[in-house]
Design a protein around this ligand. Structure first.
Ligand code: GLU
Length: 481
C-alpha cells in the first residue's frame, strides 16, 4: 500500500512553527517509504479568510523543500484540493448519512441553542438536546420547502465506548454518552472541519493522518463517521504541541515567531527545518545536524515523543550558525551581501573580504550589522579597550606601538592582509615586543570595539590605508589626552 499523507493548513497568512513541523513529519512519513505528500487547503471557515494566505503556504513549502506531489497548484488525481471548491461533495456525503440514519437535519434557532448553553450552568459545554431528532419526515420536508435555515448533525451513539490506537499516544477511548451531536454542515452550507477532514481524507486516499494533539479527543467522533460510511479509518499520528515555555503553547497570536518571522530575523530555512525536526522526534543515533534528504532516510515514527517540546531560540540560533559556517560561499554571499550593503552604503570596502571574515562569526544574518557597523563609523570608545592582559597591552605600550606603526604603514605599497601582517610582525620583532602588543592596539584603534570580526591586519586591509591611518591617529590622540 502506498503511503499518502496530507498537510491540511487553514490559510491564516503565516506559517505557525507547530504547523510547519506537522508538515515536515507528514512529508517525512510519506517520503521515507516512497509515498506521496499532498497539500489540501482547509478554507471552510469563511469568517477567517485572509487575502494572499494560500500563497504564503505555497511559498513556505517551496522555500523549505517540502515538495508536495498533489495540491491546488500542482494538480493531482484527487482534486480539487481546496475545500471551498468541494462544497457539493460534502453536502452529498452528509445527505448519505442522513439517509443512513447516522445524521439528521436540525432547524434549531440560535436563540434556542443559546438558552441550552445557559441552562448548562457553567458546565464547559452543553450537549445538544436532540430536539430535532424527533421531527417527523413531514415536518422536515415542510421546513426545507419553506427555506428554514438548517444544519446537519452527526447522530452519536449514546452508550458504549469508541476507541482507536494512535501511533504516538497509544489507545484513546471515550464514552459515547459524552459525545455531542456535532454539526457536520453549517447553516451557510459549508462543512465543519469535523466533517470535511473525514470526507476528504477518505476520498483522497490518505493513509496516515498526522496532526496536532488538539484533535486527539475529537478523533473518536471521526471514526464513528468512518464507520457510518463503511470506510476504513486512516492511521493516526497525533503530535504534542510545540511550547514556548513549560506552560504556554507557542502561538503566533500571542506574538511568537512564525516561520516568516524567523526568516526575516535572519534564520536559514534549512536550519529552521533541521531544528524543528527535533521538536518531538529524535534519531536513534542522536545526530543533530542533517539535510532534508538525510532526515528523510533516518526518519521513523518510533522516534516520535508525546512529551511537548520547548522551542528554544538559542538552540536554533546556534544551529543556524553551524549552517552558515558550512554554507557554500556563493550561496552564503547572496544572503549576506545585502546585509553588508545596508550597513556600508556607498563605502568602497571589499564586500567579499568582509563576508569571508563574517562567515565563521555570525549566527544569523541579522548579526551582520552589529558585527560591522564600526566599519561605517568608528564608535565612541574608552581607552580602557587598549588594555589586554594576555596580549600584554596597556594604555602606555599602546601609544608607543601605534606611533611606531604609523610611518611603517604609510610606507606600505601593497596594501593587503598578508603584507600588513608581515610588516607589523616584523616591526614588533624589531622593537622586541610581543606581536599582540603591536596588533591589539591597532585592532582597537581601527574598530573601537573589544571584539571585531578580524584582527589588525584584516581590518586594515578592508579600511584601506587612508582610513587606517586616520583611525590610528585618532587612537593616539585619545591615549595622549
Ligand atoms: N486545518 C486544520 C488545522 O490547520 C488541519 C488539521 C488536520 O491536519 O487535520 O489545524
Amino acid at each position: 500500500m502506498e503511503i499518502r499523507t496530507r498537510f491540511a493548513p487553514s490559510p491564516t497568512g503565516y506559517m505557525h512553527i507547530g504547523n510547519l513541523r506537522t508538515a515536515l513529519y507528514e512529508y517525512l512519513i510519506a517520503k521515507n517509504e516512497g509515498g506521496k505528500f499532498i497539500l489540501r487547503i482547509e478554507d471552510t471557515d469563511q469568517g477567517r479568510l485572509v487575502e494572499g494566505a494560500t500563497d504564503v503556504i505555497f511559498e513556505t513549502l517551496k522555500t523549505t523543500g517540502l515538495k508536495h506531489d498533489e495540491g491546488p497548484d500542482v494538480g493531482g488525481d484527487y482534486g480539487p484540493y481546496i475545500q471551498s471548491e468541494r462544497m457539493g461533495t460534502y453536502m452529498e456525503y452528509a445527505l448519505q448519512l442522513v439517509e443512513k440514519g447516522a445524521a439528521y437535519y436540525c432547524f434549531c434557532t440560535k436563540e434556542r441553542l443559546d438558552s441550552l448553553k445557559e441552562s448548562a450552568n457553567g458546565e464547559s459545554f452543553a450537549k445538544y438536546d436532540r430536539h430535532c431528532l424527533s421531527l417527523t419526515k413531514e415536518e422536515i420536508e415542510e421546513n426545507l420547502k419553506n427555506g428554514v435555515p438548517f444544519v446537519i448533525r452527526q447522530k452519536m451513539p449514546t452508550e458504549g465506548t469508541t476507541s482507536f490506537d494512535d501511533v504516538v499516544y497509544g489507545t484513546i477511548s471515550v464514552n459515547n454518552e459524552e459525545l455531542d451531536d456535532q454539526i457536520l454542515i453549517k447553516s451557510d452550507g459549508f462543512p465543519t472541519y469535523n466533517f470535511a477532514n473525514v470526507v476528504d481524507d477518505h476520498l483522497m486516499n490518505i493513509t496516515h493522518v498526522v496532526r496536532g494533539s488538539e484533535y486527539l479527543s475529537s478523533t473518536p467522533k471521526y471514526n464513528l463517521l468512518y464507520d457510518a460510511f463503511g470506510w476504513t479509518a486512516p492511521t493516526y499520528v497525533h503530535l504534542p504541541p510545540v511550547m514556548k515555555d513549560q506552560s504556554h503553547k507557542l502561538s503566533k497570536r500571542n506574538g511568537d515567531a512564525s516561520f516568516q518571522d524567523l526568516v526575516a530575523k535572519g534564520y536559514l530555512p534549512e536550519a529552521i527545518m533541521n531544528y524543528i525536526a527535533l521538536l518531538g522526534w529524535s534519531p536513534s543515533d542522536n545526530t543533530e545536524i542533517f539535510t532534508l534528504e538525510e532526515l528523510t532516510e533516518k526518519f521513523n515514527v518510533s522516534g516520535l515523543s508525546k512529551s511537548p517540546s520547548i522551542f528554544d531560540i538559542q538552540k536554533l540560533t546556534w544551529m543556524n550558525g553551524e549552517y552558515i559556517k558550512n554554507m557554500e560561499f556563493d550561496r552564503y554571499y547572496s544572503f549576506v551581501e545585502p546585509k553588508i550593503n545596508e550597513v556600508l552604503g556607498d563605502l568602497p570596502y571589499d564586500r567579499k573580504v568582509i563576508a569571508t571574515l563574517l562567515q565563521k562569526r555570525i549566527e544569523t544574518f541579522n548579526d551582520v550589522k552589529e558585527q560591522i557597523d564600526f566599519l561605517a563609523a568608528l564608535p565612541e570608545y574608552s581607552t580602557e579597550l587598549y588594555f589586554h592582559k594576555k596580549m600584554k597591552s596597556t594604555v602606555e605600550t599602546s601609544v608607543v606601538s601605534l606611533k611606531a606603526a604609523l610611518p611603517v604603514l604609510e610606507a606600505i605599497t601593497e596594501w593587503n592582509n598578508d603584507n600588513l601582517y608581515g610588516t607589523l610582525s616584523a616591526l614588533a620583532a624589531e622593537m622586541g615586543i610581543k606581536n599582540g602588543q603591536m596588533l591589539w592596539p591597532i585592532r582597537t584603534a581601527l574598530s573601537g570595539k573589544s571584539a571585531s570580526p578580524g584582527g589588525a591586519s584584516e581590518l586594515a586591509e578592508i579600511l584601506g590605508k587612508e582610513e587606517t591611518i586616520r583611525r590610528i591617529n585618532k587612537g593616539i590622540s585619545m591615549l595622549e589626552a
